[in-house]
Design a protein around this ligand. Structure first.
Ligand code: S6P
Ligand code: ZN
Length: 191
């Protein structure tokens, strides 16, 4: 007997109707942003909500899929745009597809073995394929909430620790009014 097979997106509310919602605030992203002073200054305020994820994890068999609706709010910490924590999948070879529904943004991808990094556009009408073994982080480079869906194998799992320990090698910052991917090491700030 199949479980419920369809759901309804409420894009204005930013949820999948009836699905549980995870909320991530600035305090949940300690150590993620390069500019520590800018992070501390913003943390001294009200601990803003950075993003929410509404997830459907109904089927858990081999070959099943999970999916989630993400809403990432606009803003910056120093020059760096608001972003998700970022993770590798616990099952490293599990890939994922991201589908942009609203707003403007990108995904930062980093191959775990080689460090190869890519900034791929993710906004309304864009789709990003996240290969296995790639750490991935979503970034809002616009002025309105970035709304997207991620679809991934049910057994992918999330490994936040591996990427948190060394962080992504690249950061996405605003340069001349546009998003640019630059090396974290090359930033001229106290990290
Ligand atoms: C899950 C998928 C997304 C993220 C979401 C939040 O594999 O990649 O649903 O969970 O974008 O990001 P994070 O890094 O906090 O899980
Ligand atoms: Zn993922």
């Amino acid at each position: 007997m199949w479980a419920e097979l369809s759901t309804c997106l409420d894009l204005d509310a930013g949820v999948i109707v009836g699905a549980p919602v995870v909320r991530r605030h600035l305090s949940d992203l300690a150590g993620c942003f390069a500019d520590r002073a800018a992070y501390a200054a913003l943390r001294a305020g009200e601990d803003p909500l950075l993003y929410t994820v509404s997830g459907v994890e109904a089927a858990d068999g081999a070959g099943d899929l999970h999916y989630g609706l993400g809403v990432l709010f606009p803003g910056r910490v120093g020059g760096e745009y608001f972003m998700t924590k970022g993770h590798l999948h616990a099952r490293r070879d599990a890939a994922e597809v991201y589908i942009g529904l609203r707003g403007e943004g990108c995904m930062l991808l980093e191959d775990e073995a080689t460090g190869e990094s890519r900034m791929e556009p993710l906004g309304q009408g864009r789709v990003v394929y996240v290969p296995g073994h790639a750490a991935h982080r979503t970034i809002n480079t616009g002025r309105v909430p970035l709304v997207y869906i991620g679809v991934y194998p049910a057994d992918a799992g999330h490994d936040y620790g591996a990427i948190a320990a060394k962080n992504f090698r690249m950061v996405v910052v605003e340069r001349d009014g546009k998003p640019a991917m630059v090396a974290r090491d090359g930033l001229n700030i106290q990290q």
